[in-house]
Design a protein around this ligand. Structure first.
Ligand code: GDP
Ligand code: MG
Length: 201
């Protein structure tokens, strides 16, 4: 089995993150946790590229639709449709518009439990309820209510892969093999080395 320190994940800094001048702040938050940047690029994605990104998992439409309907019901609200696929079609249309409206920054991050650590630092999907101390909780104020009323995607600054399987598929979607670096960071010794007995002079 591969060592946990080789786990990789994908982060996208969405167009609002770029426009808010938060690129450095966002990358810094992941870096300071000990994660290693192994891929980095800026691009304006096409709508097709975004649709593919969200539908790499064939179950995404159904699962996200069901989750969204439950979200409405838990707040005592009536969902715009009872059909999960119809709900996700609206969400996907909004996401395609949002994520192709300007440059995004794609990051590949590596480190032990990088998928889970990045999700923790990123915070929950809806900024209104994301924890303070997370990127989505600290830097933005959007809500499903406001984005649904205005007929647009929720502006939550970043995307982060939700599982190791999702990360593998998403990294291959955004980066070629050659664009992902294999290198050692000297600082990784203090995170991972079994013996720290070479410290004292
Ligand atoms: P993430 O992994 O935290 O970004 O969240 P998901 O993978 O569950 O959802 C992907 C995107 O779909 C989110 O960034 C939102 O734009 C949108 N989305 C997910 N759930 C909902 C919801 O309940 N309501 C609305 N309006 N959008 C949602
Ligand atoms: Mg997701």
């Amino acid at each position: 089995m591969a060592h946990p320190k080789t786990e990789r994940t994908l982060v996208l800094i969405k167009p609002d993150g770029i426009q808010r001048s938060l690129i450095g702040e966002i990358i810094g938050r992941y870096e300071r946790a000990g994660l290693k940047l192994v891929g980095l690029k800026m691009c304006v994605p096409t709508k097709e590229h975004i649709e593919k990104h969200y539908t790499l998992d064939p179950a995404w439409r159904q699962v996200t639709g069901e989750k969204t309907i439950k979200g409405y019901e838990s707040k005592g609200l009536t969902p715009p449709s009872r059909d999960p696929i119809e709900i996700t079609a609206r969400i996907l249309a909004g996401l395609k518009k949002y994520l192709s409206c300007g440059p995004v920054v794609a990051l590949a991050l590596q480190g032990a439990h990088s998928v889970a650590i990045v999700r923790k630092i990123t915070g929950g999907t809806e900024p209104l309820t994301s924890d303070v101390g997370t990127i989505r909780g600290d830097f933005v104020l959007d809500s499903y209510q406001m984005s649904d009323t205005d007929g647009r995607a929720v502006r939550n600054l970043v995307h982060a892969s939700g599982s190791v399987k999702e990360a593998e598929a998403e990294l291959a979607h955004w980066f070629t093999k050659e664009e992902l670096m294999n290198y050692r960071l000297i600082g990784e010794q203090i995170l991972y080395d079994v013996n720290l007995d070479g410290l004292l002079e």
